[in-house]
Design a protein around this ligand. Structure first.
Ligand code: SAM
Ligand code: DTB
Ligand code: SF4
Length: 355
């Protein structure tokens, strides 16, 4: 391995294509070992963050994303649904919380939200947060005002994927540009929300496109806090339904390279887990994946049963990550000190240290 391996784990935003391709070209064991070393510099390697998805508006999307069962342009037999009522969203969020999810991700099959939808989605954010869960939304492109509105409502994360490399992008989507996607990510960041951005592997892209996607993500001025790596779910009726199966090791390589390039980000083993066996998923965790979608459905397609995931966690000694309500320990300490000072002014407060 190159001597540069000793510097892996640093936060960088200047990855060259050659450096990324060199990572992809490492012998599999060297790549996984490097990824695991980087992972352990910043994370407990036996904790995985758990999010649950909810489709708050399903199907009839005007966009032409060739992988997507929700595009109105393809006949996938999907039943369309209008924007879900807030109470129904809350019911789903309560159930997700009760089964152990700490983040609730709400997705809508929109090109972008209409301004008339904003009061409903902001109410969803406020009420899901009030249940004590982290919130994430993916509603398509956002203007800077819409991003500010969601941030003001308390939305923690916004998901918007780059999907693939800029060079391959035009083969996959024609109704919005790469630049549009980067603008939405910039609006989300400027509004102060955490960014969730990743892509899909198995679209028919080459390794250089996987490298191109990861370069785009890692060379953003701040790394996305969350990086979903989806494996294409081939849905009948979509133009990609007959795509060639991906070599599982190529997918694992992608996770490992994402981990090395974005050392402090949560890398999410996202869509496609239903067709992965336990061994493949455990390799993904070894390569540095530390987040999953949990619950039997993604947005419209299947996901492993919750109890299967819990059994896998148990067999691997993995624990779900707890909801970090505080940014760091000093914030916890400050909060505790504030509580203590409040109590000290109470005449009935007893301080053992001073007694
Ligand atoms: N409509 C919004 C948008 O596209 O920005 C939000 C929802 S959209 C379904 C969210 C993401 O799901 C897409 O960007 C894509 O990365 C992923 N996705 C959709 N269909 C998929 C499939 N069949 N397999 C894997 N990932 C998929
Ligand atoms: C992401 O990167 N993957 C999730 C989430 N963000 C919204 C969506 C996966 C969708 C898979 C196809 C479906 O279930 O419709
Ligand atoms: Fe619409 Fe999003 Fe599906 Fe594209 S990925 S068709 S924008 S729901």
């Amino acid at each position: 391995m190159s001597s540069a391996s000793s510097t892996y784990g640093e936060i960088r935003h200047d990855w060259s294509r050659r450096q990324v391709l060199d990572l992809f070209a490492l012998p599999f064991n060297d790549l996984l070992f490097t990824a695991q070393m980087v992972h352990r510099q910043h994370f407990d390697a036996n904790r995985v963050q758990v999010s649950t998805l909810c489709s708050i508006k399903t199907g009839a999307c005007p966009e032409d994303c060739t992988y997507c069962p929700q595009s109105a342009r393809y006949d996938t037999g999907l039943e369309r649904e209008k924007l879900m009522k807030v109470e129904k969203v809350l019911e789903e969020a309560r159930a997700a919380k009760a089964s152990g999810a700490t983040r609730f991700c709400m997705g809508a099959a929109w090109r972008s939200p209409k301004n008339k939808d904003m009061p409903y989605v902001t109410q969803m954010v406020q009420e899901v947060k009030a249940l004590g869960m982290e919130t994430c939304m993916t509603l398509g492109m956002l203007s800077d005002e819409q991003a500010k509105g969601l941030a003001d409502a308390g939305l923690d994360y916004y998901n918007h994927n780059l999907d693939t490399s800029p060079e391959y992008y035009g083969d996959i989507i024609t109704t919005r540009t790469y630049e549009d996607r980067l603008n939405t990510l910039a609006n989300v960041r400027a509004a102060g929300m955490k960014v969730c951005a990743g892509g899909i592997i198995g679209l028919g892209e080459e390794e250089k496109d996987r490298a191109g996607l990861l370069m785009q993500l890692a060379n953003l001025s701040e790394h996305p806090e969350s990086v979903p790596i989806n494996m294409l779910v081939k849905v009948a009726g979509t133009p990609l339904e007959n795509n060639k199966d991906l070599d599982p090791f190529e997918f694992i390589r992608c996770i490992a390279v994402a981990r090395i390039m974005m050392p402090k980000s949560h890398v999410r083993l996202s869509a496609g887990r239903e067709s992965m066996n336990d061994e493949m998923q455990s390799l993904a965790f070894l390569a540095g994946a530390n987040s999953i979608f949990y619950g039997e459905k993604l947005l419209t397609t299947g996901n492993p049963e919750a109890n299967e995931d819990m059994q896998l966690f148990k067999r691997l000694g993995i624990k779900p990550e707890e909801y970090q309500q505080y940014e760091d320990e000093s914030a916890v300490e400050a909060e505790l000190q504030a509580k203590i000072s409040e109590q000290e002014s109470d005449p009935f407060f007893y301080d053992a240290a001073k007694a």
